[in-house]
Design a protein around this ligand. Structure first.
Ligand code: SF4
Length: 250
């Protein structure tokens, strides 16, 4: 009886689809005992491949079939939205704006434990902002002066990750470096870096370079290299000699 209740299902689907017309009958699927879903093609603009599903049911020992549910459902070729991706996985470099917060996860592989303050000198939240990362006058203070005051520091993975990224943008394989007269290693505009990566990277301080203010590989280079060929200055024309104001006698 449920499988034969096509007209009942069609009326319900047409009512739900109003004011759009209902498409052709697409068939039925048995969902369970006395429970069948009939499908009709949908004609809704913006929903290609979707179809109206009307589930009809008959109670035990009942003589009538009733409509249980009507829904617009995606068919096998339906146009669907892409799978939802959490916001934290959608972020891209440059997405962070003023006022945005993006704290690193506790298990961020780019970081590893750094300085652990001695007992009694733990940083308390209330004065953390005022005192910076450390309290004045203790072991933590001295550690901070020595650059050891950070609770987490870059891990080996974090260093490698940064080095790969920098090298891709300002490394020896870039077209600019390939055409450069010499590498950054011998350039007077290179500012050395501190830390583990100083043997491979520095900071460019030439305002005319595309890498000004950026971390560059020592094997990078550009045409603004400090020792690039010196451009000869154009010869100055001699000042005009005006020896009289009358017409030349020819
Ligand atoms: S000016 Fe060019 S060669 Fe010199 S440090 Fe900057 S990028 Fe390297």
């Amino acid at each position: 009886m449920c499988a034969e209740a096509v007209e009942l299902a069609r009326d319900a689907a047409a009512q739900a689809a109003h004011p759009h017309p209902l498409g052709e009958y697409l068939g039925a699927v048995a969902e369970g005992d006395r429970l069948v879903t009939h499908f009709f093609a949908g004609e809704e603009p913006g929903y290609p491949g979707w179809r109206w599903g009307v589930t009809v049911a008959r109670a035990a020992r009942a003589r009538y079939v009733t409509v249980d549910e009507v829904a617009l459902l995606p068919g096998p070729d339906a146009l669907l939205a892409p799978e939802w991706v959490p916001w934290s996985e959608r972020l891209r470099p440059g997405d962070l704006g003023p006022g945005d917060l993006l704290p690193a996860e506790g298990d961020d592989p780019r970081l590893e434990p750094g300085f652990v303050p001695p007992p009694g000198e733990e940083i308390v939240e209330e004065d953390a902002e005022e005192a910076g990362l450390i309290r004045r006058g203790g072991v933590a203070d001295i550690a901070g002066e020595l650059g050891l005051g950070r609770r987490r520091v870059l891990s080996w993975y974090g260093l490698q990750d940064a080095a790969d990224r920098w090298e891709e943008e300002f490394g020896p394989e870039t077209p600019m470096a390939q055409a450069a007269p010499a590498s950054c290693l011998s350039c007077g505009f290179l500012m050395p870096m501190a830390g583990a990566l100083r043997q491979a990277f520095g900071v460019c301080a030439n305002e005319f370079s595309p890498a000004d203010g950026r971390v560059v590989s020592l094997a990078y280079g550009c045409g603004a290299h400090s020792e690039a060929a010196v451009t000869p200055k154009a010869a100055q024309p001699a000042p005009p000699v005006i020896d009289h104001l009358a017409a030349d006698p020819l």
